[in-house]
Design a protein around this ligand. Sequence first.
Ligand code: NAD
Length: 280
Amino acid sequence: MILIDGKKEAKELREDLKTEVSELKKKYNKVPGLSVILIGDMAPSQIYVRNKEKAANEVGLKSEVIKYPDTVEEKTVLEKIEELNNDITVSGILVQLPLPKHIDKQKVIEKISPSKDVDGLHPMNVGNLSSGYQGSIPCTPLGCYLLIKKIDSNLKGKKAVMVGRSNLNGKAMAQLLLQEDCTVTITHSKTKDLKSECLQADIVVAAVGIPELIKGDWIKQNAIVIDVGINKTENGLVGDVDFDEVLKVAKALTPVPGGVGPMTIACLLKNTIECFKRSN
Ligand code: NAD
């Protein structure tokens, strides 16, 4: 049984990225820049953004956080994005989600230049990913993918089940595993028999937002289980997977916290560097 150490994997990735940034600096005499827009004062978003900024600085990126109160007009945010799109020192733009209700998420996502869309949510990048073309890949699925590949480098013909179909997680993850020649099933809240779908899987990726939904007897012996969920409970943070039960049957499992989360942040930095390289 492998308990996947997301903190360690993310640290190694950040070290590689730090080396890459210093090489890019020598070559181009500039470093990739990441601009994050944070709207409102929701505690989880504030924490994510702080962690992202810290990690960006550590690997040597130029990073800035632009903060607005949650009363900010949509027009102001769209104008700022336009300004960042035209700023050659900015390689990547991320608007921290969720947004206040009066701001149209789709408008905001589509305003970001696809070449600077480090979250990979612009329809152009979604299309690139599903067509197998070059583009930004959403950070969390990219992090999950890198963790899975470390456990098993040959995924050909493996049966992979996504639990959850969000654009941010399940759908993008499915595309990545399809490109690896997995046979992919995407399940969701209306799936008839989730347990029997999961039981067939060599790889399960859970991104639902329901504490400990996936039980030990839903998992095939020796499956790889990736838990994306982050759920606040009275017992602290837990994932979408019943950790103690699944630990007994899986070949490899990510803990929560300390699994997918740190990889998401490292992949944001990776995406920023990729955007910089493509634009130079
Ligand atoms: P979402 O709400 O957009 O999507 C949830 C998905 O789960 C939906 O597709 C829905 O159909 C499905 N679902 C709901 N109930 C279900 C059920 N009973 N059975 C099967 N499927 C069901 O959520 P999201 O943005 O994809 O996030 C999912 C979880 O991942 C959340 O806990 C979130 O906090 C976490 N998350 C973690 C990271 C990270 O870096 N670790 C990043 C993003 C999201």
